[in-house]
Ligand binder design. Structure first.
Ligand code: ADP
Length: 550
């Protein structure tokens, strides 16, 4: 017997329709590429998104075809999120920090029909425009006065101006109703190994993920909040925040290209931001600015940090020096991205500050919709005892089934009941209370004498040293143990610390045999397109390093 409730598909357009009707005056504030601070209401964003939808027809983009963006977090990018996906086309957000060759590769792979770009990326557009196979229109997301000079523009056939395109398109449009499993957006993994692979989200997966992300123990966002995604809209849909703000009626503050500590801080304060989200490297820049200038956050109460491990020292500093609660979260492109968040349970309320910090430093527990397990080499599930560590597998309605165009075959692993699980490539343990702790990515694991050493623990300890700005721990070859940990450190400007002092800093904090065998100092650690440390590059750089213990 079927239920007798209305059959309304979960569509992305419903989010902006809701915001328009129920939070129409709420603001979207953007720091734009033109340099201004721009304010627009959800009502106006919805109208402009409908213009985008009509423009898609004018540009000849068919339902299901891909329209790409190379853009910062601004209201225009948001209008594309709704206008492109809402009208049944697929929004392909391209990471502008990729190499031009990679951008050409993924634009061809996705068969992008049109590319919308911020003028910051005009040099990049000039480099790729003649090389892509399917892009027919290049739309500069600006108004006429900021368009490129005529002699440059002539070199990019099909160049259009976004504001003109919108002005020529009607804001009358009825959002189509279609199957909620229709593709909505496309994101490529950064491809640290091999070619980038496409993850194709659906309307259903996106709306369900947004609901879960808004829950109190996840981002916990409401109509009383002002939320600022530092995480770019080209990185897994800014972790869903551009969907979540209209869903909850929160004010949305978009930082555009201003991701340095000073610009972010100004926007936090001037717009009364209460919640933010981003990767640890960005928060480092913000904290450095705030510390150096003796500033405080007057409205910020919560910051979600993930994308790579958030050092406990950062969680502590936010809490003890600034009264900001950190939600440490974990996920990946293949998971839309949110999988876990480190919120307390009632049993933690009696803990002291150190005990609470320990819970907050885990990668967190599964949000509803995501199931997870750890397995050993034989594929058998390992206990949640906080000690056993193994490969982390996940499943749920916003987790990938297959990559776009079947790239790489079927990625899922079957269990005894025939259910598919996605292997995350992370190595983790899970506590009895269900909190997951990532010890490593499987490709970064250090294997010493057949035993795993968790590089993230070693990095977290180094990061707690006052002279350390950034630390990476990598495997260095060792004749007896196969591999031993080598700590690579970038010092804070003006700070001094020796190899011996750093090694002594580990005493009593970990098992003695985990202590790195050596420390090397370097000027910078290479970061990938999403701000993560590229340990494969570091391993290459230090592959000839001879450990003193070797
Ligand atoms: P890529 O694999 O292209 O870097 P993602 O941005 O999807 O793509 O990265 C996902 C990976 O980032 C996870 O598998 C995990 O290794 C790492 N990660 C994300 N959040 C955390 C976290 N809170 N702690 C540790 N690692 C994390």
């Amino acid at each position: 017997m079927l239920g007798q409730m209305m059959q309304l598909p979960l569509l992305i357009s419903s989010l902006i329709v809701h915001a328009e009707r129920h939070h129409g005056d709420q603001l979207v504030v953007s720091r734009r590429v033109e340099g201004d601070i721009h304010r627009i209401s959800y009502r106006e964003v919805a109208a402009r998104a409908r213009r985008v939808a009509n423009a898609m027809t004018t540009l000849g983009v068919q339902p299901g075809q891909r329209a790409a963006t190379l853009a910062w977090n601004t209201h225009r990018h948001m209008e594309l999120y709704y206008g492109v996906s809402g009208s049944g086309r697929v929004l392909h957000t391209v990471n502008p920090r990729l190499h031009p060759d990679q951008i050409v590769y993924i634009a061809d792979h996705a068969e992008d029909q049109v590319m919308f770009f911020d003028m910051s990326f005009w040099p990049l557009i000039q480099a790729v425009a003649g090389r892509t196979k399917t892009v027919k229109h290049w739309v500069a997301m600006t108004s006429r006065e900021f368009m490129p000079p005529a002699e440059q523009a002539a070199k990019v056939p099909g160049l259009l101006c976004y504001e003109e395109l919108l002005a020529q398109s009607s804001d009358r449009y009825a959002w189509p109703v279609f199957d909620e499993n229709t593709a909505s957006s496309l994101c490529y993994t950064s491809g640290t190994t091999g070619n980038p692979k496409g993850v194709l989200y659906s309307h259903r997966s996106t709306v369900l993920h947004t609901m879960a992300a808004a829950l109190p123990d996840c981002l916990g966002c409401s109509a009383s909040d002002a939320i600022l995604p530092v995480v770019p809209m080209f990185h897994v849909n800014s972790w869903g925040i551009v969907y979540l703000a209209p869903m909850t009626g929160a004010k949305l503050v978009l930082p555009g290209p201003g991701l340095d500590g000073k610009s972010l801080y100004e926007l936090f304060e001037s717009e009364g931001v209460t919640i933010s989200a981003g990767v640890p490297t960005v928060w480092q820049g913000l904290l450095a600015h705030v510390e150096a200038n003796g500033l405080k956050f007057s409205t910020m109460r919560k910051s979600a940090i993930g994308g790579s491990a958030c050092p406990p020292a950062m969680i502590r500093k936010f809490r003890d020096a600034y009264g900001v609660h950190v939600i440490h979260a974990w996920g990946m492109t293949e998971m839309s991205p949110i999988g876990t968040a480190a919120a307390f349970k009632a049993q933690h309320h009696g803990l002291d500050d150190e005990g609470k910090l320990a819970v907050m430093s885990t990668q967190g527990r599964a949000v509803y919709g995501v199931d997870m397990k750890i397995v050993g080499e034989d594929g058998a599930e390992l206990p949640w005892d906080g000690a056993a560590s193994g490969d982390l597998l996940v499943r749920g309605p916003w987790i990938i089934d297959t990559y776009f165009k079947g790239e790489g075959g079927n990625p899922l692993v079957k269990d005894a009941e025939g259910n598919g699980w996605f292997p995350t490539g992370d190595v983790a343990k899970i506590t009895p209370a269900g909190y997951m702790v990532i010890t490593d990515r499987s490709k970064d694991v250090i294997k010493s004498g057949g035993e795993w050493i968790g590089s993230i623990d070693l990095e977290n300890i180094a990061m707690a040293h006052p002279a350390v700005a950034m630390a990476a721990c990598i495997a260095a070859p060792h004749p007896k143990w196969d591999e031993r940990p080598l700590l690579v450190v970038v010092k804070k400007p003006g700070a001094e610390v020796t190899r011996e002092e750093l090694l002594a800093f580990y005493e009593g904090k970990i098992a003695k045999w985990w202590t790195p065998d050596d420390v090397v100092f370097t000027d910078a650690i290479p970061l990938g397109a999403t701000g993560k440390m590229q340990k494969n590059k570091l391993r290459e750089q230090f592959k000839a390093h001879r450990l003193p213990t070797a």
